[in-house]
Design a protein around this ligand. Sequence first.
Ligand code: AQP
Length: 323
Amino acid sequence: MRSLSGIQPSGILHIGNYFGAIKQFVELQDEYEGFYFLANYHALTSSPKGEDLKANTIGVILDYLALGLNPEKSTLFLQSDVPEHAELSWILSNIAPMGLLERAHSYKDKVAKGIKPNVGLFTYPILMAADILMYSPDIVPVGKDQKQHLEMTRDIATKFNETYGKEVFKLPKEKIVENVATVPGTDGDKMSKSYGNVINMFGSKKALKKQIMSIVTDSTPLEEPKDPDNNITKLYALFATEMEVEALKEKFRAGNFGYGHAKNELFDKFMDYFSPFQKKREELENNMDYVYGILREGANKARNIATEKMDEVRDVVGLLKKN
Ligand code: AQP
C-alpha cells in the first residue's frame, strides 16, 4: 500500500501543516510505502523570489526530517527533480473541464483574500492531480482544505481513463484526521502561510512567543468569566490531553484568568512538544551533505516510477516516441 503527499515550500511551515499533514506522514511510515515531496513547482504560483524559494525549500526538507520522516522508510524528493510532473500536468489539462477548476474553493478563497491570481494558481489542481496520479498511491494524507482537490483528482483520472479506454490511473483516497482537519490561525481563520496568521514550529523563542501572544481574543476583563471555546483553547487542544483542555476551560469559566495567562500556558506546552524537534533540526542544519544526499536518492527513486508511468501515458494519448 502506498501513501503520497506534498507540501509547498511557499513560506515557513506552521503547526497547521504539521498537525494536518506531516504528523500523519510520520505515523503512516510503518504501514505504507511513503512518497513525500516538496511541491516547489506549486510554490511558483505565489511568484516568490528565486532565492526565497530555494531557502524555503531547504527549510521544508529540514522540517520533514526533523519532525520524523525517515528516509529509510519513505522517499523524500523535490517535485522539480521529476519534471515529468509538469508534462503530465499539461496532458491532464486537456482532459480537465474549465468548470471543474472554476468551482475550486481554495482558488476562490485566495482570490477573496485579495491574492492576485495567475494562471498557475488557477490550474494548481491539475498539477496536483499529476503529482498524485503519477505514483498510483492508495491514500493521500492531507488537511481538509485539500479534500476538494482530491475529488478533482479522481474526476480527472476517471475522465482520462474513460477517454482513452484504459485504466491508466488508479483513483486515490484522501486521508484526513478529523480533529485536526483545519487548524485555526491566530485570527481564528484557517492557519495558512499566505494569510499571516501562523504559529511556526521552528524559529527563535522570541518570535514564536510573539506569534502565540498575537492570538486574537475578545476584550472580556481579566476578572470576568470567558468563553472557554476561544482561539487559545482550540490551539491548546493540539498539544494537551482532554483533561488538561477541560482544566483550561474551567479556568476560563471561573474568571480571574486572563488570556495572557492562557497564552503563556500554551507557549509552555508548545515548547515541550517542539523542543526535541528543534534540537534535531539544528543538528541536520550542520549536516547538509546528508540532507542533499537524501533528496538525490529520493529523486532517483521517484523518477524511475514517473518515467515508467509517462511511457504508458504518452503511448495511450498518442505521442509518438522516436528517441
Ligand atoms: N490550517 C491547516 N490545518 C490543517 N491542515 C493544513 N494544511 C495547511 N494548512 C492547514 C495542510 O498542510 C499540507 C500542505 O499544505 P500546502 O503548503 O501544500 O498548501 P496549503 O494547504 O495551501 O497550505 P498553506 O499553509 O495554507 O499554504 P499557502 O498559504 O501557501 O497556500 C496540506 O495537506 C494541507 O491540507
